[in-house]
Design a protein around this ligand. Structure first.
Ligand SMILES: NC(=O)c1ccc[n+]([C@@H]2O[C@H](COP(=O)([O-])OP(=O)(O)OC[C@H]3O[C@@H](n4cnc5c(N)ncnc54)[C@H](OP(=O)(O)O)[C@@H]3O)[C@@H](O)[C@H]2O)c1
Length: 262
């Protein structure tokens, strides 16, 4: 198994990608510490893992609260002896309305930039301090295609994703000498997730398209003429978290199905 006995913490484990990655990590033998802002959705993921014979603990944890994350990692390393993988995939709720940049309130513009960078910065550095002591570890980030392509009506969402990708590179530059890899995933839209469906509702209202037309438009920009599956994103997360990806650090895996050139 690719992650046999690896100790992994996931932030946002009750979400669509977080849950899929947690299940995939468990299937490859990882020991999981699953966290989320609300306990109930994380419990569902942990129950599945444990009933399939895996190992998962649950904690309610705000991944923006430095002291709470620090205390949790203290607990986790006390229990498991170390942390090998830190996977942050928190997601802010989609904005209720789509506002052009020229009309957008400055605080609303700044919110995703401040939130994502703060959470990724805190969780990464608190994990890195523990990983450096062991001389190994993998820190993972998740972004989206607006990090690299002009996307209308998403406010500060694109700049936030671009900032997280820059942070991924810079963390790697500082941490690789300590044996820690930092790797991002940049998935294409995943139609199975509520996030993409909600996002569609905003566009549908603005442009009068159906769910099918919306998916077709997104898919037409890819080489495969289809969007990503959650299982594909989770498989790549497993590979990147595993020792088989020892050559990958300071970069974000482009899962855009060809819609973004390297
Ligand atoms: N879905 C896609 O198609 C897609 C594609 C590319 C990239 N992405 C990116 O991947 C990320 C996750 O997407 P998703 O579809 O998995 O979203 P999701 O299903 O909405 O899950 C997001 C999770 O993050 C949790 N969360 C939010 N703030 C938190 C905090 N401060 N501390 C701890 N947990 C927190 C939420 O918990 P609560 O619900 O309890 O608040 C929720 O469980 C997003 O950044 C998104 O942009 C998604």
């Amino acid at each position: 198994m690719m992650l046999q006995d690896k100790v992994a913490v996931i932030y946002g484990a009750g979400g669509a990608i977080g849950g899929a990655v947690a299940r995939a990590f468990a299937a490859e033998g990882a020991r999981l510490f699953l966290t989320g802002r609300h306990r109930a959705p994380v419990e569902i993921v942990a129950k599945d893992i444990v009933s399939a014979g895996g190992s998962a603990e649950v904690a309610e944890l705000d991944a923006l609260d430095e002291q709470a994350v620090d205390r949790y990692l203290q607990y986790l390393t006390g229990m498991a002896g170390r942390v090998d993988i830190s996977f942050n995939v928190i997601g802010l709720p989609n904005p209720k309305t789509r506002v052009p940049l020229t009309e957008l309130d400055a605080d609303k513009f700044s919110l995703p930039i401040a939130t994502y960078t703060r959470s990724y910065f805190l969780t990464a550095r608190l994990a890195a301090r523990r990983m450096a002591a062991n001389g190994s570890g993998v820190i993972m980030t998740v972004t989206a295609t607006p990090s690299r392509t002009g996307t209308p009506l998403i406010g500060g969402g694109g700049p936030a994703m671009a900032a997280v990708e820059a942070l991924t590179r810079n963390l790697s530059a500082e941490l690789a000498p300590h044996g820690i890899r930092v790797v991002g995933l940049r998935p294409q839209g995943i139609p199975e997730t509520d996030r993409i469906k909600e996002s569609f509702e905003g566009y549908a209202k603005a442009s009068g398209v159906t769910w099918e037309q919306f998916q077709e438009t997104l898919a037409s920009r890819t080489h495969t003429h289809r969007l990503s599956a959650l299982a594909e994103v989770a498989s790549m997360a497993v590979l990147m978290a595993s020792d088989r990806a020892s050559g990958m650090t300071g970069t974000t895996v482009n899962l855009s199905m060809g819609s973004l050139d390297d």
